[in-house]
Write a protein that binds this ligand. Structure first.
Ligand code: C2E
Ligand code: CA
Ligand code: CA
Length: 740
């Protein structure tokens, strides 16, 4: 899981899991998914019902319209049958020739010829009858044949029609036309009295002959009607089911005697049945489409979610070690403080000696060391400890803050880090400093806990490698004091209250003044005179060291104008050398003062070999190109290697006061001093002995090879005026620069 493929498992320090989704959330999400599915299914079901309902209702409406049309058509057909027959009877009966002929002797022949014989194949009627007022048939023909049993043929039901035809003036359009039962089935029948075309209205018809036509509704006739009126399946029935589709055939009295009947065509239903599979398939396809969209959507949702999770993991974890990073650390801290507000401990860890490893072996080795440290912390600490890398070589551990657990944790961390690390075949020894804070006394928020642990860590760092400090209020008080001191120093620098004093540097053989070393002095308004060791550190921490250094340099070169012929030394902090513009600024100051750079020596301590060696080397070479000399200060008090000395190419070495002081005790120390001086000589470096307080010391260091001596024996640090009056006031003094 770790981006480097390193051996750290993030799960190992999941004291309060942040990546795993809580169970209730999983259940909630599941419920949301199920409810959404049910809603979609319900929606689709309703949609399906509505759509199919709409189609069904359309189909029903279409069916009903068609039924109505068919009924209207059937009734129209019956009406048309009656009208046609009525018109035919009228045309033949209202006829002057016919009327006349009926009174003539050849009435029968005439009637037979005109009406009887035409019944053979005449489309409008198949039966023709002429009846006299007494009810005797003059002629009766059916399909071209005489019809002797007329009464039986019409089943004795002719009488009402005949009498209706003889009623006075029924009117041309009110002739009796109706359906009648015959021996052959059902026929349409119509009758009219035979009369002149222009017969006088209101004349009695009782004594006139009556002409009667009828037409059998044979299967052919019915089929014809079915076709003409587009009523599929039309048939003539003697009885029907009330609910079926039909139209009634009524006799002259208005009685139903037969029916035209036909089946439901239901074109709507038929169409509906035809489109239903299409509807179902479309519905299924829609369902499939929705399912596809849902599946794709879910896939995208999953991908986005897992992308989010990965991004969240990256945002909260350190790429190099897989440990929590600052953001992840704060999240866990908040959770820890919420769950255990009174028992949370925070350990801030800073590796001692990491930077030299990084500088010496390169960043790849540095990275491996950091990974190894992370691994070791994970292996060493209990599973519930939250381990994070806050950056660089800084780690933090959050744990339960019971006092004994806290002590155990500190012990575990310190001892884990004190075991050498083997990286690429090299054994690397580092250690860790720990600052610890906890919530046992007061409840704190994450940032306050962090601030306290940070202060404790500073304190631990100050105390030296491999130590731990538990925060207490005195640290805060110290911090407050330091802050106050910082403010005072800042003001002093602005006001020019930081002074310079000068200590003479004597030629070991002639005991003449060869130079002076400038030393800073400051009197704090609240704390009185402070030793430079103290306020230089304050200046370094507060970022004031550049200002302080340059101010001493300016004062020194200004005063040195009064001291011709001797050199001046100034102390330069390693931090000043990290300023890339340092050399340029020095040049500006010297030029402005008209000071010969060859007279200036810059004193640096071994710190520069560690802080930023490359930058320091570059600064040195610029300074040297101006003619300025560089001396290594306090040599013998630290660990500077010979290689480093050679590499930096110093111009002078100053033996630390402690080595000179040690001469007072026994022989071993003398040998250390002599060996140290011999080393410098081997590198062809002139040597200054510092802190020479007694004549014996002076003699001893001179005999050991020091060419320059500095110490209270020759003079304590003095003001510029004192230096002037001591060494440069009289022509005498000028000549010799002898000490007083
Ligand atoms: P240093 O550069 O080693 O300065 C010499 C220190 O030894 C001075 O202490 C001086 O007063 C003291 N000393 C000289 N002769 C004797 C002696 O015979 N016996 C004893 N016991 N001490 C002697 P001082 O002035 O307290 O300065 C302490 C340190 O503060 C200096 O050590 C130097 O590292 C730093 N410092 C002083 N002024 C400046 C400055 O302007 N800039 C920087 N960066 N550091 C400064
Ligand atoms: Ca010095
Ligand atoms: Ca020194």
């Amino acid at each position: 899981m770790t981006p480097t493929g390193a051996h750290v498992q993030p799960g190992n320090n999941n004291w309060c899991p942040i990546v795993n989704t809580p169970k209730y959330l999983v259940k909630f999400r599941l419920a949301v998914v199920i409810v959404s599915c049910l809603l979609i299914i319900t929606y689709l079901a309703i949609l399906g019902l509505v759509v199919s309902g709409a189609f069904r209702s359309m189909a029903d409406t279409a069916d009903a319209i068609d039924d109505k049309r068919a009924i209207t058509a059937a009734n129209g057909a019956l009406e048309s049958l009656r009208t046609h027959l009525g018109a035919t009877v009228r045309d033949n009966a209202y006829w002057d020739d016919a009327y006349e002929k009926m009174g003539a002797p050849d009435a029968v022949e005439w009637a037979t010829e005109n009406w009887g014989s035409t019944t053979v194949d005449y489309p409008l009627y198949d039966t023709a009858v002429v009846i006299d007022p007494e009810g005797e048939p003059l002629i009766a023909y059916h399909k071209g044949e005489p019809l002797p049993d007329l009464v039986r043929f019409f089943k004795g039901k002719l009488e009402p029609i005949l009498s209706a035809a003889r009623k006075p003036d029924p009117g041309r359009d009110a002739l009796p036309v109706a359906f009648i039962e015959t021996r052959e089935g059902i026929a349409v029948v119509g009758a009219a009295a035979i009369q002149p075309y222009e017969f006088e209205k209101g004349s009695t018809l009782a004594n006139l002959k009556v002409l009667l036509f009828s037409k059998q509704l044979t299967e052919d006739v019915v089929a014809d009607i079915s076709k003409t009126f587009t009523i599929a399946g039309l048939s003539l029935e003697r009885s029907v089911d009330e609910r079926s589709l039909h139209a009634s055939l009524r006799d002259i009295a208005g009685q139903e005697i037969a029916y035209f009947a036909w089946p439901h065509v239901a074109p709507g239903s038929t169409s509906y049945v035809r489109v239903r599979p299409v509807l179902i398939v479309s519905g299924l396809m829609l369902l499939l489409l929705l399912a596809g969209i849902a599946v794709a959507g879910y896939g995208i949702f999953r991908a986005v979610k897992s992308g989010e999770r990965a991004a969240d993991y990256r945002a909260k974890h350190d790429a190099l070690t897989g440990l929590l990073n600052r953001a992840g650390f704060f999240e866990k801290m908040d959770i820890a403080l919420e769950t255990a507000p009174a028992t949370t401990s925070l350990h801030m860890i800073d590796l001692d000696g990491f930077k030299p490893v990084n500088d010496a072996w390169g960043h790849a080795v540095g990275d491996q060391l950091i990974q190894a440290v992370a691994e070791r912390l994970i292996k060493t600490l209990p599973n519930n400890a939250v381990i994070s890398r806050l950056g660089g070589d800084e780690f933090a551990v959050v744990g339960r803050g019971h006092a004994d657990l806290e002590r155990d944790t500190i012990h575990l961390i310190l001892s884990a880090l004190s075991i050498p690390f083997v990286i690429g075949g090299r054994s690397i020894e580092i250690s860790g400093s720990i600052g610890t804070s906890n919530t046992r006394q007061t409840e704190l928020d994450a940032s306050e806990l962090l601030r306290q642990a940070d202060l404790a860590l500073y304190r631990a760092k100050d105390r030296g490698r491999g130590t731990s400090v538990l925060f207490d209020v005195s640290i805060d008080e110290d911090v407050t004091k330091t802050a106050l001191l910082e403010q005072e120093l800042r003001r002093a620098l602005v006001n020019g209250d930081v002074r310079a004093v000068f200590q003479p540097l004597m030629d070991a053989a002639s005991r003449e003044v060869k130079g002076v070393e400038a030393l800073a002095r400051w009197t704090s308004p609240t704390r009185g005179d402070l030793p430079p060791d103290v306020f230089i550190k304050v200046a370094e921490k507060a970022g004031l060291i550049d200002q302080l250094g340059f101010s001493i340099l300016k004062k020194t070169v200004a005063e040195a104008a009064r001291w011709p012929g001797i050199g001046v030394s100034v102390n330069v902090s390693p931090l000043q050398l990290s300023n890339p513009y340092f050399a340029a600024e020095v040049e500006v100051i010297l030029t402005a003062a008209g000071f010969d750079p060859a007279r200036l020596t810059v004193e640096v301590t071994e710190g520069v070999l560690i802080a930023s060696p490359d930058l320091a080397k570059r600064t040195f070479s610029t300074l040297r190109s101006l003619g300025i000399k560089i001396a290594l200060d306090d040599f013998g008090s630290g660990f500077a290697s010979i290689g480093a000395l050679r590499e930096f190419g110093f111009d002078r070495m100053k033996i630390d006061r402690s080595l000179v002081k040690a001469l007072d005790y026994d022989g071993d120390h003398r040998q250390v001093l002599q060996a140290t001086i011999a080393l410098a000589k081997a590198l062809r470096l002139p040597v200054t002995a510092e802190g020479v307080e007694t004549e014996e010391q002076a003699v001893m260091v001179r005999l050991s090879g020091c060419d320059q001596l500095q110490g209270f024996l020759f003079g304590t640090p003095k003001t510029a005026d004192e230096i002037t009056s001591l060494y440069f006031a009289s022509p005498d003094a000028l000549a010799s620069h002898r000490p007083q």
